[in-house]
Ligand binder design. Structure first.
Ligand SMILES: [Mn+2]
Length: 307
């Protein structure tokens, strides 16, 4: 039925190899499968060498009905980086700081900043839904979170795309819309106990941790954080309050990307599978992964494929 494909980040050749491996075929209109549909979890742009090719390949599959897709945090940022701020003349919704420009520079170089192609890709990014809630499964870039979905409902059209008027608030730090989009596209963060913090990879002091949101409580800050083991060891082993994490036990499985996992693909739980295995790293450490879903409310490690 569906093949859920992980974050591509401009690695079109690796995507073609994975599609071929799964029995997809290429004709004059692009790639398709006689019986199955692909679902992309977002993060098509930034970092990799073939971002325009990735855009063209993915878009052609969606246009012919061979694929569906959701938005990743990199598409969200790309739209906000390009879109003029309606209330601040000369500014964009995502400020053009050195840091923001650096993160986006491979894309800007390959597409040509402010070219017609740039406009075309940004317009397309805005057509990506924030999530898919299909008959048998759900797909979102990082986190299925009912409260955030509820908060966003008035800001989405019938296809779960952010409406034009919602972008400025969704891109403004601190708003309810911003926090909800952050949760869906980057994962659920919770505050550490008062006075506690840790140092992230860039040595910034942080007071919130990204969580294993699908876990149903019972864990400690240390056990429920998503981070490398060195930083994890510095965290509190106090129990996380029972209502801090939503958990996930609905009948439909959820597929996500985003988390830069390494090693042999395995589900996060029997209901949640992540298909992001860090395509930006060379094989075999980094790989583009798919999950071949047929039916059923649970996932297991036999569904993963990669090349
Ligand atoms: Mn991401």
């Amino acid at each position: 039925m569906y093949d859920i494909i992980g974050d591509i980040h401009g690695h079109a050749s690796r995507l073609e190899a994975l599609l071929r491996h799964m029995g997809y075929q290429q004709d004059s209109e692009g790639w398709s499968h006689p019986e199955r549909q692909a679902i992309f979890v977002g993060d098509f742009v930034d970092r990799g060498p073939e971002q325009v090719e990735t855009y063209r390949l993915v878009r052609s599959m969606i246009d012919r009905g061979a694929a569906l897709a959701v938005m990743g945090n990199h598409e969200f940022n790309a739209v906000a980086f390009k879109t003029p701020h309606p209330e601040q003349p000369g500014e964009r919704m995502r400020p053009h700081t050195d840091k923001n420009r650096d993160q986006h520079s491979a894309f800007l170089d390959q597409v040509g900043e402010d070219s017609a192609l740039h406009d075309e890709i940004i317009a397309w990014c805005k057509t990506l839904p924030l999530y898919l809630d299909l008959e048998g499964l759900r797909v979102v870039h990082a986190c299925w979170h009912d409260e955030s979905l509820q908060a966003l409902r008035p800001l989405l059209d019938h296809r779960q795309c952010l409406i034009d008027d919602a972008w400025v608030n969704a891109a403004r730090k601190g708003t309810e819309a911003y926090n909800a989009v952050e949760t869906l596209l980057k994962g659920l963060e919770i505050p550490l106990p008062d006075g506690e913090s840790f140092l992230d990879k860039e040595q910034n002091e942080r007071h919130h941790i990204r969580t294993r949101w699908w876990e149903q409580g019972g864990g400690t800050y240390r056990s429920l954080a998503m981070m490398d083991d060195a930083a994890r060891a510095t965290l509190s082993d106090e129990l996380v309050p029972g209502d801090a994490l939503p958990g996930y036990s609905d009948d439909k499985p959820v597929f996500v990307g985003h988390y830069w996992l390494r090693g042999t693909p395995n589900p996060m739980s029997d209901r949640v599978a992540c298909v992001d295995y860090t395509v930006t790293q060379p094989a075999p450490e980094g790989k583009l992964v798919a999950y071949r879903w047929g039916a059923g409310s649970t996932v297991d490690n036999s569904g993963f494929v990669w090349v």
